[in-house]
Every structure is written in structure tokens, then in C-alpha cells.
Design a binder for this molecule. Structure first.
Ligand code: SF4
Length: 96
């Protein structure tokens, strides 16, 4: 059986080019709170992009995004504005 390594080992081979000027994710804080999506986002993202700040607002560490789309698929319409990072930015997946 082929050993593909752990998820963390495989993810550690990926590289990220951060768009320092523009986040590809933004959130409607009030709608996220009202729908309960705020808490859900902090649990479902495999890259732990979302966290709650001391004031209860959702913080977004977009540079770590794996561009899997899970957050967009799971939230109510209008909670997130999400698009792929601008050309050449974001995650580059590597194998081997
Ligand atoms: S696209 Fe995936 S990795 Fe990126 S923020 Fe959403 S759930 Fe997290």
C-alpha cells in the first residue's frame, strides 16, 4: 500500500503567495452572527482561517486559505464574499 503521508505533511509542501493589498475573503459580521455562521466558520475551515476576536467579531487570516470553497458552500447567502485570489496569488499545491 502506498504511503501518502499525513495531511499535515502533504500540506507543508504547499506554498502561498499572499496578496498584501487585497483579501479575497470578506464577511458581513452582523449576518454571520445572526445566522450562526460565525461559530460554524471557526469550526469547519481546514486551514483555520477564521477565528473569533476578543470583541466577538470574526477575524480572517486569508493568507492561509487553501481555496477549497467549503466556507462559501456552508454559509448562508450574503455572509461571505469570496473569490479566488488575483492571478498568481494564493496557494500552490505540490505533490511528492
Ligand atoms: S476556502 Fe477553504 S481554506 Fe479557504 S477559508 Fe474557506 S474553508 Fe478555509
Amino acid at each position: 500500500m502506498t504511503d501518502f503521508g499525513s495531511v499535515n505533511e502533504r500540506l507543508s509542501k504547499d506554498t502561498f503567495t499572499t496578496d498584501e493589498e487585497e483579501s479575497h475573503i470578506s464577511i458581513d459580521q452582523e449576518l454571520a452572527r445572526l445566522t450562526g455562521d460565525a461559530d460554524m466558520l471557526c469550526r469547519i475551515c481546514p486551514a483555520h482561517v477564521y477565528s473569533k476576536g476578543e470583541d466577538g467579531s470574526i477575524q480572517i487570516e486569508y493568507a492561509a486559505c487553501l481555496e477549497c470553497g467549503t466556507c462559501l458552500a456552508m454559509t448562508h447567502p450574503g455572509v461571505l464574499q469570496w473569490h479566488y485570489p488575483r492571478g498568481g496569488m494564493g496557494v500552490s499545491f505540490r505533490e511528492g
